[in-house]
Design a protein around this ligand. Structure first.
Ligand SMILES: Cc1ncc(C[n+]2csc(CCOP(=O)(O)OP(=O)(O)O)c2C)c(N)n1
Length: 625
């Protein structure tokens, strides 16, 4: 696994055209070289190792048969697009993966002409691809449109909304279902079972082998057609429930997704079809790397590791997510009404612990945020207390359900938004920078953000004991300030902010993780002779308008600080109140600017966008003068 390894074949590839020049017999060696390079390179940068190791052969075969950028290949989520990047001229930048100024960990339209569609959220590939197929048909084009989606993408409702429309929309559409049985954790639900049933049915496997051998033996299009007809006919008898056929897509498979010649021949065949098709391939997440095969969830996406062993250095603990899982499990020991819901992120949200301790009150609904929110609504109506725990960026999916179902019916649902704020190296698809804006306008939704771990636990306790409608919390990725937890949590008074320091020149309202930044800023201002008050607002809604007006009247400048888009955020709420109350004290709003923020480390991005305590202090000093 050393970098001294000659990667002769890879060295010769700078574009899909180069790949097509290789003899087919060389492709398994190329796959091996790609694996080695991925394992080595990602050990330094981190990234989605397991999913990519699973699609090495698939990516090679796709680029061998299809012609990007003319043909369109869309990867669902696109976290598995690293090999696609390597084969489309970006291999030399692999070492810059997920770093500021380097390759994005997902596909980006701005990064390459071969990335016809950007993504980061699951379940988008089929609908977008169908749109491209429709546009192609309208324009009289000949190009192929291929959507590559994992089995977990088929737990997303949107994938079925797309499938529901395929047959009526186009005759030329290729879906590749990459089935490795894993989402980030083990895939869940009836569809996963259905796919598993197909993949493991001995009768069907035998039949399929016979059909494949028949193709091998006779060769040629007619034979493939015949074999397919026989297979399809019997398949209907054996597996009458292959749902894709009922939805109007001709189903092929399952085939071995690591067999390059078979993939190539199958794609060549699918290209000739004049009907929508879905090819079911079976792959192994983490293929070729024992540590990733042993722990598919850990190696789905991770930071640096030892390439020889897969060992990682222990991260700073506890993270907010871990603390969330533990705290909610503790509360649930004494409160039978507490229920935890995740949409395919049991580990990421810290809820695996809850699942282990309270399996009867834990639900992983798959990548189905809209369903999760409605499911929580139903649970709440019947008197239970659901904690709907979803990353801020994915909660965007459930906006209508929060408005129309949870808030309008004033249901007692706790909305917990993990990864609120900048997510860092995952980039714009994953930053949680909009949740204050989208929740703040919904009547009756209380929302808050803790300044540290102690307050976090108090807030969760307050949420568990709130019985008058929706209540939301946002908290950031990673660890907090290291505050020592108390033995017992306390109830917080809703809408009451906390004054941490008094000062009559400037009042700094530092929300959540930016409370610490506000305290540092106050120290820097002090060196300039500027006396700053620091307030921990705690509540985004309802605002503590009493404290706000008090400091607005007693200070020369107000400043809000938040890990959120400045547009529509906490500072906007403050500005609205000041305006309504006719208060004209100047207000500086610190937050992320009104643009999509690129990927990179949090420290680099805070520096770049003026969100460090030094930059904030400089801005305030300037305003002050
Ligand atoms: C809307 C949404 N919710 C959650 C996620 C987090 N997420 C990223 S990848 C993934 C699992 C994807 O599994 P699958 O599609 O089967 O691909 P695999 O990684 O197994 O190749 C999840 C849940 C997401 N990207 N988008």
């Amino acid at each position: 696994m050393s970098s001294e390894h000659p990667r002769g074949l890879l060295e010769s590839i700078d574009s899909p055209a180069d790949l097509k020049k290789l003899h087919e017999s060389a492709l398994p060696t190329l796959a091996q070289e790609i694996r080695e390079e991925l394992i080595e390179s990602l050990s330094e940068t981190g990234g989605h190792l397991g999913p990519n190791l699973g699609v090495v052969e698939l990516s090679i075969a796709l680029h061998r048969v299809f012609e990007t950028p003319t043909d369109k290949i869309l990867f669902d989520v696109s976290h598995q697009g690293y090999i696609h990047k390597m084969l489309t001229g970006r291999r030399s930048r692999l070492a810059t993966m997920r770093q500021h100024g380097g390759l994005n960990g997902f596909l980006l339209r701005t990064e390459s002409k071969h990335d016809c569609y950007g993504a980061g959220h699951a379940g988008t590939a089929l609908s977008a691809a169908l749109g491209m197929a429709a546009a192609r048909d309208m324009n009289g084009g000949q190009e192929h449109v291929v959507a590559v989606a994992g089995d977990a993408a088929f737990t997303c409702g949107i994938s079925y909304e797309a499938l529901n429309n395929v047959a009526e929309t186009t005759k030329r559409f290729i879906v590749i279902l990459n089935d490795n049985e894993w989402s980030i954790s083990k895939n869940t639900g009836a569809i996963a079972e259905h796919l598993n049933h197909i993949a493991t049915s001995p009768a069907y496997a035998h039949l399929h082998d016979q059909a494949a051998k028949f193709v091998e033996w006779i060769g040629g299009k007619t034979a493939r057609h015949l074999a397919h007809k026989i297979e399809a006919g019997v398949k209907q008898i054996l597996l009458p429930g292959v749902i894709f056929e009922d939805l109007g897509l001709r189903y092929f498979g399952p085939i071995d997704g690591h067999d390059i010649p078979l993939l190539i021949r199958t794609f060549e065949f699918l290209k000739t079809q004049n009907e929508p098709v879905i090819l079911h391939i079976l792959t192994k997440k983490g293929r070729g790397y024992a540590p990733a095969l042993a722990k598919p969830d850990k190696f789905h996406g991770l930071g640096k590791y030892q390439p020889e062993t897969g060992e990682t250095t222990a991260s700073v603990s506890p993270t907010y997510s871990e603390l969330f899982g533990k705290t909610l499990s503790d509360f649930a020991d004494h409160n039978r009404k507490i229920v935890a819901i995740t949409a395919a992120m049991p580990t990421g949200t810290g809820l695996s612990q809850f699942a282990a301790r309270h399996p009867d009150r834990f639900y992983d609904v798959g990548i189905a945020e809209e369903h999760a929110a409605l499911f929580a609504a139903g649970i709440a109506i019947c008197g239970m207390k659901p904690f709907l725990t979803i990353y801020s960026t994915f909660m965007q999916r459930a906006f209508d359900m929060i408005v129309h179902d949870i808030a309008l019916q004033n249901l007692n649902v706790a909305l917990c938004m993990d990864r609120a704020g900048l997510s860092g190296d995952d980039g714009p698809t994953h930053h949680g920078l909009f949740d204050i804006a989208y929740l703040r306008s919904i009547p009756g939704v209380i929302s808050m953000q803790p300044k540290d771990e102690v307050e976090f636990v108090d807030m969760l306790w307050t949420m568990a004991n709130h019985h008058e409608g929706p209540i939301a919390i946002r908290y950031p990725r990673g660890a907090g300030t290291g505050a020592i937890l108390k033995a017992t949590p306390k109830l917080l008074e809703i809408g009451k902010a906390e004054v941490l320091r008094h000062g009559t020149d400037v009042a700094l309202f530092g929300l959540g993780n930016f409370c610490e930044v506000a305290l540092e800023t106050a120290d820097l201002l002090k060196q300039q002779g500027i006396r700053a008050a620091v307030i921990n607002p705690r509540w985004i809604k309802p605002l503590d308008t009493g404290i706000l007006e008090f400091f607005a009247q007693g200070s020369k400048v107000l400043c809000t600080l938040e890990d959120h888009a400045v547009t529509g955020g906490f500072g906007s709420a403050v500005a609205e109140h000041l305006s309504d109350a006719g208060i004209t004290t100047p207000l500086i709003r610190i937050g992320w600017p009104d643009q999509f923020i690129e990927h990179g480390s949090v420290s680099i991005l805070r520096e770049k966008y003026g969100l460090t305590s030094q930059a904030i202090a400089d801005r305030i000093t300037k305003a002050f003068k």
